[in-house]
Design a protein around this ligand. Structure first.
Ligand SMILES: *[C@@H]1O[C@H](CO)[C@@H](O)[C@H](O)[C@H]1NC(C)=O
Ligand SMILES: *[C@@H]1O[C@H](CO)[C@@H](O)[C@H](O)[C@H]1NC(C)=O
Ligand SMILES: *[C@@H]1O[C@H](CO)[C@@H](O)[C@H](O)[C@H]1NC(C)=O
Ligand SMILES: *[C@@H]1O[C@H](CO)[C@@H](O)[C@H](O)[C@H]1NC(C)=O
Ligand SMILES: *[C@@H]1O[C@H](CO)[C@@H](O)[C@H](O)[C@H]1NC(C)=O
Ligand SMILES: *[C@@H]1O[C@H](CO)[C@@H](O)[C@H](O)[C@H]1NC(C)=O
Length: 392
């Protein structure tokens, strides 16, 4: 009885260990699979690392993932039953079948098809673009300038498929083209549709698109309309060679040398006294803001501003008002405009030789000045007398 109980205990302990080990093994394996599923010819240390689902195993003597016995590499990531491999039911080569040959089952092409050189597919004579091929010679019936690239019949380098033919591709604008043998083609445009066209013997952008950095970009003609500088160009046909718009911050705006006025981009003229034409130009300095106007055909300061060294400064006509010497002038008609006033310490005030009296800047009495001078003259003697006394 005791022996039986002991045996049961032993069995239970053994079961417990086994389950624990299994769980550990499973979790280790799954985590390894999650991080590493190695492909053909990748380096490996043990079997769990190679992708078993794709018939790969680790050849410990070479340290590389190889196809398990009876399977062949089918591209870089997996192994399968290639043409010529012994099979029991399934073949992995495209258009192949497991056929009995003598006393063995072997993967062979379906009736009438040719085996590819690498044994991974079977194919017939290509007749159309994109048909499967193995050699460029197979694509001759598709057309001239057709080659086999990545197992498909396509146009050769620098040629493009155009209405069932391979035509020479021209990807530059404004160069001569021949519509019958060449095609003006937008290689770099992200959009799939071609934006170039052979027009009157030259490569141009199709209607609605304009050339920009050698590319054709969609034309947006409306000031204020949203745009994307990658694919759009803000462009007004009326502007001709001197375009006024640009795509900036996602909106069609006036270029920097223009300023918006009355719904138009007008060219900034920033020299006072320069000629101006109000329909297309605006008198404006970026540093000043709107202080200028075009009057009588020349750029001038507006009436509440005054030209001081080519800058329009604001007239301030209130004694004691705050002012900024770089942007403002203290300007009093009754005091001869700027003759007796100035902007000092941020305040409009009388100049030094004047004093504010009856709301006007009045010249200081000369008597006061003389008294002052005499006083200073007397003080100046003191150090001299002191020096003489010491010398004695
Ligand atoms: C496997 O990789 C090694 C080293 O990169 C290389 O020399 C060898 O040719 C490769 N073998 C195959 C079958 O790709
Ligand atoms: C491992 O690779 C060596 C060298 O290519 C080969 O001789 C051997 O048969 C391979 N072993 C297995 C188990 O595939
Ligand atoms: C494709 O071209 C190769 C090389 O010329 C040739 O051996 C093969 O038979 C051709 N295949 C077909 C289907 O024409
Ligand atoms: C602009 O267009 C490009 C290409 O279509 C796109 O990748 C990009 O996200 C767009 N930019 C904005 C700001 O919408
Ligand atoms: C473009 O601007 C230049 C320089 O300002 C000028 O000489 C030329 O006449 C303008 N062209 C057109 C078409 O307005
Ligand atoms: C004075 O005006 C100039 C130009 O407008 C400005 O750059 C500066 O900051 C102003 N100074 C003061 C003290 O406001």
């Amino acid at each position: 009885m005791a022996a039986l109980r002991f045996a049961a205990l032993l069995l239970w302990a053994a079961l417990l260990t086994l389950t624990a080990r299994k769980a550990r093994g499973a979790s280790a394996t799954s985590s390894r699979f999650a991080t590493r599923e190695l492909s053909v010819n990748m380096t490996c240390k043990d079997n769990n690392e190679c992708n078993a689902k794709k018939h790969l195993t680790c050849n410990v003597s070479t340290g590389r993932c190889t196809c398990v016995n009876g399977y062949s590499p089918m591209g870089p990531t997996s192994c399968g039953k290639k043409l010529g491999d012994v099979c029991d039911r399934n073949c992995d080569a495209q258009n192949s079948r497991c056929k009995l040959v003598g006393d063995k089952y072997i993967c062979l092409c379906e009736e009438g098809l040719t085996a590819s050189t690498d044994g991974t597919f079977c194919y017939g004579k290509p007749l159309m673009f994109e048909d499967v091929c193995d050699h460029s010679a197979n694509c001759t019936d598709v057309g001239s300038r057709v080659i086999c690239k990545n197992f498909a019949c396509v146009c050769e380098e620098n040629y493009v498929r155009w209405h069932g033919q391979c035509l020479e591709k021209i990807d530059r604008l404004d160069v001569p083209c021949n519509e019958d043998t060449q095609v003006c083609f937008s290689e770099s445009e992200s959009d799939s549709a071609n934006k170039k066209i052979c027009l009157n013997g030259f490569c141009r952008c199709v209607s609605g698109f304009v050339p920009h950095d050698g590319m054709c970009k969609k034309k947006i003609s409306l000031l204020g309309a949203p745009c994307n500088a990658t694919t759009h160009v803000c462009h007004k046909d009326d502007d001709g060679a001197n375009q006024t718009l640009q795509c900036h911050n996602g909106i069609c705006q006036c270029k920097d040398i223009f300023l918006l006025e009355d719904g138009k981009c007008k060219k900034k003229i920033d020299v006072l006294g320069a000629k101006c034409s109000p329909g297309t130009e605006i008198c404006y300095a970026d540093s000043e803001g709107k202080r200028r106007q075009c009057r009588d055909g020349t750029c001038q300061c507006k009436s509440s501003f005054v030209n001081e060294n080519g800058i329009c400064k604001q007239k301030i006509s209130l004694m004691g008002a705050p002012c900024n010497a770089t942007a403002d002038v203290c300007y009093f008609k009754e005091d001869g405009n700027q003759q007796k006033t100035h902007c000092k310490d941020g305040v409009c005030q009388c100049k030094a030789e004047f004093a504010l009296t009856d709301k006007k800047c009045q010249k200081l009495k000369s008597g006061n000045n003389h008294a002052e001078a005499r006083f200073i003259g007397r003080i100046a003697w003191i150090p001299l007398i002191a020096v003489i006394s010491v010398m004695r």
